[in-house]
Design a protein. Sequence first.
Length: 321
Amino acid sequence: METYQSRFHHEWQHLQDVHVRALAWILSSPSLLDSTSVLWQNQLVDVDLPEKASLDAWLQQLDRQPVALHEALAVHKHRRLGHYAENLLAFFLRHQGVLYAHGLQVHENGTTVGEFDFLLNQGEDLLHWEIASKFYLLVVEDGVERAPDLYDYLGPNLGDTLGSKMEKIFHQQLALAQHPQAQSMLPKKVVDARALVKGWLFYRTASIASAVIAGVSEYHCRAYWWTVDDIEKLAIPHALILPRLEWLAPAQCALDAVMTKDDLKEVLKRHFLSDQSPVLLAIMSKHGNCMQEICRGMVVPNDWISRAQEKRASLRQSPVI
């Protein structure tokens, strides 16, 4: 089966700058969610792109001269992947001439009520977009008859679920324009609010990954999750640990930037001695004069599964989606 990585490399392997490649992923990757599902009440959106030749020419030019993008990104300190993705999209929307505001906060009596990720010009009105770039691991309960749902996708650090995150976006964040304080501060009317949801979902096995859970797009970016002990069983020609801000696009790097499987095992051993945070591993293969990602997986501590099972009940609470 063709992987998302192979499709991405076929389309964008000529892009060398890591930020330009991440921007290409933000613009061209499939939505995480199914736009036809009744769960989302027609409140999903995708980026309206120029025709392919025009977009490719623009990205190639940006790749040759990425200073403008780098300067735009340097305005903010990117400690969080979500903020980095936001700023990549803001750069594109500003280039397209449709961006009215990015990160506009609404305050009331000294308290922040909320923040508009994006307000876009649409004639005399405004559109409100929220963007999410999310990474969740599906944990299937043993011996349970019910079908998995969005609340079975857990965050790597067990802080939330895909279901709870979507609840917040669709029931809280997209309603911000209805707040009286937001209406009083905006000179134009917000006529529509939608969510742009991108990311990767991680699965234990290929057979589980092939199933589609209600609300999730059939075409979303799929990957795997492995325990530290699983690494021994995997065929890993070359490995690359991805820093958090490089989690978006499939990796491409120099031939000497990767490590062997033995080196990888040592790096993982040292990491988990002092840090229980999962790491994102790209399995790489030589392609011409560079290395390209052929598969990726979230590597978790060996006790992560038992902790995830214990945490699941409190993370589920009372789903309303």
